[in-house]
Design a protein around this ligand. Structure first.
Ligand SMILES: NC(=O)c1ccc[n+]([C@@H]2O[C@H](COP(=O)([O-])OP(=O)(O)OC[C@H]3O[C@@H](n4cnc5c(N)ncnc54)[C@H](O)[C@@H]3O)[C@@H](O)[C@H]2O)c1
Length: 271
């Protein structure tokens, strides 16, 4: 049931690749809650064509942008403002990719050219986006920016590889820009640290089923589904969270503060 939480707001949503993508669910819900949306993804991802189905369903234009290319990002914000006839109220950063993880390079044997790409695509892209938006003065006051992160930024998950470092950088960039955009425009910037979720990016990680299953058994509420992550993102875009900024917020069913669960203990106890 929609509540009009985002009535009158305009936002840019990155990263909707297919209907498994967290960004896809955020776009659907933000639209249902009354927002006008511009969708964007890397030109190479758009060739798959799936995003056009979403664009049609929520009546949103798609502006291609490689999030590592500043000129693309400036075009994205300029084009969005033209479409909205005004500035943006929210942005979802839902972008992650590691060539090392994809090609099976472990943390202790990375290729450093790929490592740079991991950091650029998955973290610096948030910096680049917010610098482009700032340059064009593309945000309305009390706007909201959300980036999606993972707890490997704080704790070691060996198979998450160099993405862990990218997420730590992403969370730091959110704090940095939260300060600057907060002072300049009262715009808040937060990251949401989401449970393992079955998506293209998620299932590209070696041993993902293990991650998913372990987190499921460790979390009192179970893993948070993508649909619920979308609900949380929409809440963060809404006016009900106006003074929440520069935070990394765990949306993980309690995983991050559970030491051990009965389910996991049971595996180590005799009958
Ligand atoms: N799936 C999980 O388990 C999980 C858990 C926590 C956080 N996250 C994060 O959520 C976000 C979204 O991932 P997802 O799980 O929905 O997977 P996804 O594969 O559907 O989304 C990743 C998106 O990044 C886009 N992308 C890659 N390179 C790009 C570039 N150069 N420019 C612009 N876009 C680019 C892809 O096209 C894709 O749409 C990512 O930041 C991911 O790390 C995912």
């Amino acid at each position: 049931m929609a509540h009009g939480l985002l009535a009158g707001k305009c936002g840019i949503i990155t990263g909707a690749l297919n209907d498994q993508s967290i960004a896809w669910k955020v776009a659907q819900l933000a639209h249902a809650e009354g927002a006008r949306i511009v969708l964007t993804n890397a030109p190479v991802a758009m060739r798959m064509g799936e995003i056009n189905k979403l664009a049609e369903a929520i009546n949103a234009p798609v502006i291609p942008a490689d999030a590592t290319v500043d000129a693309d990002l400036e075009k994205l914000f300029a084009g969005s403002m033209e479409h909205f006839g005004g500035k943006a109220d929210f942005v979802l950063h839902s972008i992650g990719m590691s060539p090392n993880v994809r090609k099976g390079r472990k943390y202790n044997e990375v290729n450093y050219e790929w490592y740079k790409q991991t950091l650029d695509i998955s973290a610096m892209s948030l910096h680049r986006m917010l610098q482009a938006a700032s340059k064009l003065d593309a945000f309305n006051e009390w706007g909201s920016v959300v980036g999606l992160s993972y707890i490997a930024a704080q704790r070691v998950f060996p198979d998450y590889g160099d993405m862990a470092d990218a997420k730590a950088l992403l969370e730091s960039i959110a704090r940095g820009w939260g300060y600057h955009l907060g002072r300049a425009k009262k715009v808040r910037v937060n990251t949401v640290s989401q449970s393992p979720t079955m998506t293209t990016a998620g299932s590209g990680i070696k041993g993902f089923d293990g991650f998913f299953g372990f987190a499921q058994e460790m979390s009192p509420l179970g893993n948070a589904p993508a649909e619920d992550c979308a609900r949380f993102c929409v809440a963060l875009f809404s006016d009900h969270t106006r003074y929440l900024t520069m935070q990394n917020l765990y949306h993980d069913g309690g995983f991050s503060t559970t030491g051990v669960s009965h389910e996991v203990m049971a595996r180590f106890m005799g009958a």
